[in-house]
Design a protein around this ligand. Structure first.
Ligand SMILES: NC(=O)c1ccc[n+]([C@@H]2O[C@H](COP(=O)([O-])OP(=O)(O)OC[C@H]3O[C@@H](n4cnc5c(N)ncnc54)[C@H](OP(=O)(O)O)[C@@H]3O)[C@@H](O)[C@H]2O)c1
Length: 286
């Protein structure tokens, strides 16, 4: 049997075993420990890409805590549906604004509007993204750069502005949904992976910079999640639900962990994947 087949088989076997183990673990503690960590007053939470399936699930948790939410997304209709739902779920206040994140010239004004509405900000969650069509990108420079713009540069722009605000106020949490795809470039997905790698590296540096100001910077790396983004993909044992991952995002923000894989077993999978020697890795087809 070829080395690459053995390596791919071993990764799948470890991954499947971990997925089964994780699903059988009791959920227990989650609700209590997390809720006891609530702020005394309503948190003021900004969510960029608020119509994302994962972000919506995280937002429901903040709404249930009675927090204030400012939602940014590019589709006004979807945004209104999400806002109505969060109001029903107990949010203290829900504000919305339409933003295409690639319209970076508007970022400063929109963020000023957000902080004006709430008189400040405690949490910023950046959740937007597109799963790049790898083979289409290989044939089209403009498309590749557009994907980099959406998944990396727009995040850099938002983070630069948010970092300065949070650093000046000397408190708060900035969380971004990156991806396991950013841990190592795979031939089937390296445009998206490179953008997420950029996000992860940027956050790593930002975390160091903002530590002295008491600001938390959180990198969230989900594995495969069943959302509209992956609707076209065949679902296997490794897929998590948007609800589980969204709740995980909320939990990570509340508990202040810094770099987190969701579900947790992706840490094991990615540790294995990161250590596969390049001559073998380049031959793997996944
Ligand atoms: N699903 C996965 O397997 C997976 C795995 C790892 C990481 N992630 C990351 O998790 C995050 C959330 O994704 P998801 O799985 O919840 O997918 P999703 O439901 O498809 O959400 C993606 C969101 O990004 C928004 N968006 C895309 N381009 C935008 C733009 N130019 N301006 C403003 N908003 C834009 C979309 O808005 P529209 O509705 O207007 O298109 C949508 O709300 C993303 O950062 C993604 O990369 C996902």
């Amino acid at each position: 049997m070829k080395k690459t087949t053995i390596a791919a088989g071993a990764i799948s076997a470890i991954a499947a075993a971990l997925a089964i183990f994780s699903k059988t673990k009791k959920r227990a503690v989650e609700t209590d420990t997390v809720r006891t960590a609530r702020f005394r007053r309503a948190r003021r939470v900004l969510i960029v890409g608020a119509t994302s399936a994962i972000a919506q699930e995280a937002a429901k948790e903040f709404a249930a805590d009675g927090d204030k939410l400012f939602l940014l997304a590019r589709n006004a209709e979807k945004l209104q549906v999400v806002a109505n739902d969060l109001n029903v779920r107990g949010a203290a206040q829900v504000e919305t604004a339409v933003l295409d994140v690639n319209d970076t010239d508007r970022h400063a004004d929109v963020l000023a509007r957000v902080t004006d509405a709430f008189g400040g900000l405690d949490v910023a969650l950046i959740a937007h993204g597109t799963l790049s069509d790898q083979s289409a990108c290989e044939k089209d420079v403009a498309l590749t750069l557009h994907e980099m713009q959406t998944n990396f540069l727009s995040v850099v722009s938002l983070l630069t502005l948010l970092a300065n605000r949070f650093e000046a106020q000397r408190y708060g949490t900035i969380a971004v949904i990156s991806s396991v795809a950013g841990d190592r470039g795979r031939k089937s997905n390296y445009v998206y992976g490179a953008a997420k790698a950029g996000v992860t590296a940027f956050l790593s540096g930002l975390r160091g910079r903002l530590d002295a100001a008491g600001v938390k910077v959180i990198t969230i790396k989900p594995g495969m999640v069943d959302t509209p983004m992956t609707a076209h993909l065949e679902k296997g044992a490794l897929f998590a639900s948007a609800e589980a991952v969204g709740k995980g995002v909320y939990r990570v923000i509340i508990t202040g962990q810094e770099v987190v894989y969701l579900p947790w077993f992706w840490w094991v999978i990615m540790t294995v994947i990161r250590h596969i020697p390049e001559p073998i890795f380049k031959k793997l087809s996944f």
